[in-house]
Ligand binder design. Structure first.
Ligand SMILES: [Ca+2]
Length: 382
């Protein structure tokens, strides 16, 4: 496997704790990169195409199903739907209910989906005593889509309390409209908006005053970062506040982008001039290109990176501080050890869960893996 060869040079840097954790592995198993920790996947529920999830009120985990339902994880599997927008979305192409988030106070719930016209839409619903109040639902954000693919759709509240939105380049292939590098479109971007400011002023949302392009008349004020192809999943490290973006490649390179918590935004992640660290179709590297901190080719490994989280839970001490990710085609859960934005180690946790579409982080920092085929699994110490 290509991955094994490329990572062999850094195996020696992986910690002694990780090496000790490996001693329980069978001697018959082929030797790959040493797992950062000894883990297993525990299936906690079956769902219909689980696609996203978030940590909700009172220690709950909410799971979104692509066709438009949201259910709460319980000891006995998933609850009856607490929300059903299945008549308001479709699942053709890469459409559907694509992302969910709670604000930092767990007072509002947000859904990110494509509507019946394929328009990317984010709605807000207030919570009261941990329950959705459907009559409060309002649309916060919409963006029309030229094609059915590359919708992005992930939404997360940052440590600053603002809502970050991932939007793909609009779709087709090779970014035919050049959206990634254009600052007059919201496609191919990470956006940053303030829904709470919108509630207070009667607008859908307001723009944080220190967004990077608010003083640039040629750039849209919502833009936080650009040059992205399909940033399907991104997250904030709950320990450091750093941002990690997994951007799905065109045909050769899958990448992970990183920005420190102190970033003021405006990063250009390169697409479609660059695919990973490589010029794309004769492209020239932009002078302000922020290259990925990690990339892998599809030679034997996968087809589309699925970004996860930096593990900050308690159950698996050896995994703390490591970024977990997977690939939709490969399904193996892998880790990156990052130090100040440099990868200092990587491993394969030796567990796989089919077509891994998303990770979910609960309120205690423990992680779940969602396979689009239906499995909702928690990553546990083995
Ligand atoms: Ca890039």
């Amino acid at each position: 496997m290509k991955f094994r060869t490329r990572s062999s040079a850094i195996i020696g840097t992986i910690s002694l704790i990780a090496s000790l954790a490996l001693t329980t592995a069978s001697a018959d198993e082929p030797r790959g990169p040493r797992p950062a920790a000894d883990v297993k996947l525990t299936e906690v529920a079956k769902a219909q195409n689980p696609i996203a999830g978030a940590a909700g009120p009172r220690g709950t985990v909410w799971i979104a199903e692509r066709a438009g339902t949201v259910r709460v994880l319980t000891d006995g599997g998933l609850s009856e739907p607490v929300l059903d927008i299945s008549s308001e979305t479709t699942t053709d192409g890469e459409r559907g209910l694509l992302g969910v988030a709670f604000d930092k106070r767990l007072a509002y719930f947000y859904i990110s989906y494509t509507d019946l016209e394929g328009t990317s839409t984010i709605d807000e619903i207030a919570l009261r005593n941990g329950k959705l109040q459907p009559q409060t639902r309002r649309t916060v954000f919409t963006q029309t889509q030229p094609y059915e693919n590359h919708n992005g759709g992930d939404i997360k509240f940052g440590p600053d309390g603002y809502l970050y939105i991932a939007l793909g380049d609009g779709g087709a292939g090779g970014d035919p409209h050049g959206n990634g590098q254009k600052l007059d479109t919201l496609l191919g971007k990470i956006l940053r908006i303030d829904p709470a400011g919108g509630r207070q002023s009667g607008k859908p949302y307001t723009i944080p005053r220190n967004n990077p392009f608010v003083n640039d008349p040629n750039a849209l004020d919502e833009i936080w970062a650009y040059g992205l192809r399909n940033p399907w999943r991104f997250s904030f490290d709950s320990g450091t506040g750093d941002m990690l973006i997994a951007d799905v490649g065109q045909s050769d390179w899958e990448e992970v982008d990183w920005a420190p918590a102190r970033s003021r935004g405006g990063e250009n992640y390169g697409w479609a001039s660059m695919e990973g660290t490589h010029p794309f179709r004769g492209g020239t590297e932009p002078a302000n290109h922020t290259p990925p901190v990690f990339e892998y080719d599809r030679n034997g490994l996968g087809c589309a990176v699925t970004g996860g989280y930096v593990y900050r839970g308690q159950a698996i001490p050896a995994l703390r501080g490591q970024y977990l990710y997977s690939d939709y085609c490969d399904g193996t859960v892998r880790t990156l050890k990052l130090k100040y934005g440099k990868v200092t180690g990587q491993s394969d946790l030796g567990v796989t869960n089919g077509e891994v579409i998303s990770f979910v982080q609960d309120g205690a920092g423990e992680l779940y893996v969602l396979a689009i085929g239906g499995s909702v699994s928690r990553i546990d110490a083995a």
